[in-house]
Write a protein that binds this ligand. Structure first.
Ligand code: ADE
Length: 245
């Protein structure tokens, strides 16, 4: 997969050299290019922002550098999907991460200040799919951290990036059995630590009982932390035991 990132702070993306994604990049599974938006400005101060029409606080990102940058990075016929992080966008979910992981190319546009002049997304939409996407109901200082989050969520789903392919299916929110469930607690050795034993069932070797216990714990944790998700469970996927939990 090829990922292009447009930003006025390229240095924000140094973490993409590290750990799982750093290794995926070195192995050629993920090709990330970070571009400085100011390379598409033409004035001495490399200006990317201006005051908002209609008044109000803060600054808005000017359309011209964005237009030229998108023309250069997503010429007609290139298979790009443009992703613009903004608190006003649709929610970023595991299902969207799975969708993005199947794309050949993603282009992320990091806004700063009060956002990017709205005509940029509007014009780009005539040439490629454009998603305005939010990480949640809070406001970041800019799109860079949101893009780091999305690139990590997508990158770990690419074939060959995780050691154990099965672990993706067990993730909280993974499409399928875990779609509306949070993953339950996990344990490793030693079997007793500070007088706290690992639940017996996990040491029993009884795969059916372990699967049942994990599902019960996932249901319990979901009820505790995200009760609204339980309403989204497919009724056909519930058994009598689930209802007791
Ligand atoms: N930019 C600023 N806040 C954001 C958020 N919550 N999600 C995505 N991008 C953002």
């Amino acid at each position: 997969m090829i990922i292009d990132i447009l930003t006025i702070f390229p240095e924000y993306f140094a973490p993409l050299d590290v750990s799982l994604l750093g290794k995926a990049r070195r192995n050629g599974l993920l090709d990330v290019h970070v571009h400085d938006l100011r390379d598409w400005t033409h004035d001495r101060h490399r200006t990317v922002d201006d005051t908002p029409y209609g008044g109000g606080p803060g600054m808005v990102m000017k359309p011209e550098p964005w237009g030229e940058a998108l023309d250069a990075l997503a010429p007609p016929g290139s298979a790009n999907r443009l992703v613009i992080p903004t608190p006003s966008g649709r929610p970023f979910t595991q299902a969207l991460a799975v969708e993005y992981a199947a794309e050949p190319r993603l282009l992320f546009a990091c806004g700063r200040y009060e956002g990017i002049d709205s005509r940029v997304a509007e014009e780009a939409r005539t040439r490629m799919p454009v998603d305005e996407v939010s990480l949640g109901d809070f406001v970041l200082a800019g799109g860079e951290v949101a893009v780091l989050v999305m690139v990590e969520a997508v990158g770990r789903l690419l074939p060959g990036v995780l050691g154990n392919a099965d672990s993706v299916a067990d993730d909280s929110f993974a499409p399928g059995a875990m779609e509306s469930l949070l993953e339950g607690p996990v344990y490793t050795k030693p079997p007793i630590w500070r007088e706290r034993p690992v639940p017996d069932v996990l040491l029993s070797g009884h795969h059916g009982a372990i699967a049942r216990w994990r599902r019960d714990e996932a249901l319990r944790r979901t009820a505790l932390n995200r009760p609204e998700l339980l309403g989204r469970l497919d009724p056909g996927s519930l058994d009598g035991h689930d209802r007791d939990v």
